[in-house]
Design a protein around this ligand. Structure first.
Ligand SMILES: [Zn+2]
Length: 122
């Protein structure tokens, strides 16, 4: 398969993703429920983020572990990264930025990030 692509609505922020994730996570925590994101998990070395620095901004909150990146032009939340950088550190792609055809066969798992911090289908 070719590299998977994702982008914000206006195209200013683009992601190149090496493979489909085994599953996507729909989380009900205070931030994910607002973004309505579907997270696919990778490491920071695996995903290429293509954007002019001026077009990308990050939101950091709470215990300041994660940076939620969004496009300054159209507002879409494209991915998050662990604040602590490294090739193995987490980068999560918001699969809502993919072509729906590309992600339609990836199962979605519901994660209870609000209360129990477990997957609800386990
Ligand atoms: Zn945009």
């Amino acid at each position: 398969m070719d590299v998977l692509k994702a982008s914000c609505h206006c195209g200013a922020v683009r992601l190149e993703i090496p493979y489909k994730p085994k599953s996507l996570t729909s989380c009900n925590c205070s931030i994910c429920r607002r973004y309505q994101a579907l997270w696919g998990y990778y490491s920071q070395s695996e995903v290429k983020v293509i954007a002019r620095p001026d077009d990308l901004t990050a939101y950091v909150w709470g215990d300041r572990q994660l940076e939620f990146f969004h496009c300054k032009v159209c507002g879409c939340c494209t991915h998050y990264e662990a604040v602590e950088k490294g090739p193995e550190a987490r980068l999560a792609v918001n699969a809502q930025m993919m072509d729906p055809e590309d992600r339609k066969d990836i199962p979605v798992r519901r994660f209870d990030g609000a209360v129990s911090w477990t997957y609800l289908d386990e």
